[in-house]
Design a protein around this ligand. Sequence first.
Ligand code: PA5
Length: 462
Amino acid sequence: MKLRFDYNNMMTSYVGEHGVNPDCIDADKEVIASAFKTVMDNRGKGWQEWCDLPYASEEYLDEMISYCGAIGKKAESFVVFGIGGSALGPLAVATSLIHLHHNELPASKRKGPKLYVEDNVDPERMSALLDVLDLKTAYFNVITKSGETSETLTQFLILYNMLKKELGVEEAKKHIIVTTTVGKGTLYNISAKEGFKVYDVQKGVGGRFSVLSPVGLVTFAAMGMDIKAMLKGAATMAEASANGDIYKNPTLMSAYLKWVSMKQGKNISVLMPYADGLKYMADFYCQIWAESLGKEVDVTGKVINAGQTPAKALGVTDQHSQVQLYTEGPFDKVVTFIAVDEYRSTVTIPHDDVDACDFLKGHTMNELINAERKATEFALMKAGRSNFTIYLPVVNEETIGELLMYFMYDTAFAGALLNIDAYNQPGVEEGKKATFAMLGRTGYEAKLAEVNAVVKNDKFII
Ligand code: PA5
């Protein structure tokens, strides 16, 4: 394993009474073993088909690299349309691996086409996108597992209409890749009729666990990323997660410590990467942790209103914003730092004739950012605040694959410890249905009546 998981600052020996007593791990060994067994026994089954994603066949990957790679080479822009699990993975991974100002680089210096991940239906954003795209050289990946999501279908309809007008029907079709469930859903039906290139989202892979399926891989291959290395990294973390000894299993230990923290009333889980490229990993984490664990009932139907609210922060930026709260506010948080040992650039602070700031001169920004991270860890620890650090030796396809699998197994084990179904999202589905009803979709008349019955009047509006 390349990632390292430092949980010292979760333990009472470092953070005192608000930490986890090592004796608890022994006392909880049966519940830990049971959660471990639940996840292990279900690998590759039901909604845990995501566990198999690192082991895609060479032939399957080679076709994707060839087809999507060719598109990436001729495209000036590559646009992802999707939302939730169909956008956050592609966004988090791609931004981790591309140049921080990728789209602004000249084509000769850019590795891969310009990338746009469009995950909202803000009309201003759509107009702004269309203002900067040249449709002749833009290619689109429309991603929706269900094939029914209003936001993504809306984006598709607008775009396809424009493409047809600009390029003609036959050429327009060549600019679209659809990633959806084959054989099911509105977008699949349209794709089959129109003849779009389609990649199938495996049946038992849910949105927030789908980044290593075509949902992410198509975009990564188009961007020229090494998807085989990514899956290799993911397999490494999957293997580490299959170790029944919690002291050797980073995802089981992480889930367990956060589960104990929840029981201690720490209802907030902050992810704070110290790297701008990893900023959107916090968004990815927020979704997988929130949507998987935020559940009204446990698997027996008992109301438990489970979950831990995820929050995102960025080091060092948020040291000057949120860290004051983390250090002195309520004891209701666990902070996970992500550290990078070797950044991809080194920038040295010059020795010059400015007669001040001597403590900075000659150091690198790399030393500064790591010193600030360690200092923040120290300050939190000293204030008795639980925190741990995931170390990435470098940021590349392999370590990102490992990190993604870390988040997935961490969430799966936490779900098993909470005894909930981590793979459904009834709260989200309700909103989707109400949207269909309000837009007049056939078959949703009863839902519309239900919505209208509780539509708010202006009694409590100022
Ligand atoms: O994690 C999930 O399941 C959700 O966030 C979905 O990904 C999101 O609602 C989009 O769904 P779909 O891919 O079906 O368009």
